[in-house]
Design a protein around this ligand. Structure first.
Ligand SMILES: Cc1ncc(COP(=O)(O)O)c(C=O)c1O
Length: 320
């Protein structure tokens, strides 16, 4: 699916950005946004009765994509003290024996955590050892700050034996409404997704494909200028949250700040209280799974002045 020129533009972008060479016809599949790729990849891997390993908190699609084909989710709690990386050695043997799929998402939504090379090396070796497929959701690949550059799991030797990675032009090029994404990596999985998908949709509108090709050729300076705006918002929001007792770390990438709720509130109670009192909306951490309790997710997708105004109202409400 997709024009040859789009496959080639994706391959060129991937090599420029990650120094990984993909074969345009086998290792790449353009998608109508990365979300459908999450569902199709899970359907390609999982059978009824299999276990899908899902880090918690999670992007909700991982659950529905897994359960809709009859698989059973097994949650891997992500804790602040572990940098929101799953503890693979805590998975019981009987669970591992039935597991077929490990979901990963770095830069992470909602925790804003990032993974380093060592983690990706461990996780690829783990998947090889236990015969697991990995779906790495990298929707936030190009929203990064300072000197940090999120890495692709495909930069790890051997990763293409086990992993498919999903990318999106939604956040990378501010093209959410265009619906363009791609699955890259393990050729067998990419082919399975392609077969499934070709029975459901009949391809992407050509003008959108031309727009995607143009976007993929934008210079890095475009990304950097855009990210400078998000960084400014991030700095205001992180400083503001910490100043009003909502402890948060400074994210290296992504569109969110993950902040601890003030003492005495659950995530949901705090989000509701704040909205009633101030009109400021933050997302309860528990919307992304039980392990999100104690946190809220705050988005960087509003202008700096609005973030400042929201922080001012939050400060007043919490002081009263
Ligand atoms: C973690 C994550 N994955 C995937 C997506 C889906 O993005 P799209 O379908 O627009 O490519 C989103 C969008 O919010 C997301 O946050």
């Amino acid at each position: 699916a997709g024009m040859r020129a789009l496959h080639e533009a994706i391959a060129a972008w991937f090599e420029r950005r990650f120094a990984v060479r993909l074969t345009p016809e086998h290792d790449i599949l353009p998608l109508l946004g990365s979300k459908e790729g999450l569902v199709y990849s899970a359907a390609a891997v999982l059978n009824a009765g299999d276990i899908a390993l899902i880090p918690d908190p999670y992007y909700p699609v991982y659950i529905t994509a897994s359960t809709s084909v009859g698989a059973e989710p097994y949650m891997l709690p992500l804790a602040e003290e572990n940098g929101y990386l799953p503890e693979l050695d805590k998975i019981p043997q009987d669970v591992l024996a039935k597991s077929r799929l490990l979901w990963l998402n770095y830069p992470n939504n909602p925790t804003a955590a990032c993974a380093n090379r060592r983690f990706f090396e461990e996780v690829v070796a783990f998947a090889q050892r236990h015969n697991l497929a990995i779906i790495h959701d990298m929707a936030y690949a190009e929203v990064y700050f300072d000197d940090f550059r999120p890495m692709s799991i495909l930069q790890i030797p051997g990763a293409s034996e086990v992993a498919v990675e999903l990318h999106s032009l939604s956040k990378t090029y501010n093209m959410a409404g265009f619906r363009v994404g791609m699955a890259v990596g393990n050729a067998e999985l990419v082919e399975a997704v392609s077969r499934l998908k070709s029975n459901i949709d009949s391809g992407m509108f050509r003008p959108v494909q031309y727009a995607a090709i143009e976007a993929l050729q934008l210079p890095e300076s475009w990304i950097e200028q855009r990210n400078a705006i998000y960084r400014q918002r991030r700095d205001v929001l992180v400083a503001g949250c910490n100043a009003i007792g909502m402890r948060t770390q400074t994210p290296g990438a992504g569109l969110y700040v993950w902040a601890a709720v003030p003492r005495g509130f659950t995530s949901r109670d705090f989000a509701n209280w704040l909205f009633d009192k101030t009109g400021v909306f933050v997302t309860p951490g528990t919307n992304f799974g039980d392990a999100g309790e104690g946190y809220v997710r705050i988005s960087l997708t509003v202008p700096e002045e609005r973030i400042e105004a929201a922080l001012q109202r939050m400060k007043t409400a919490l002081a009263g």
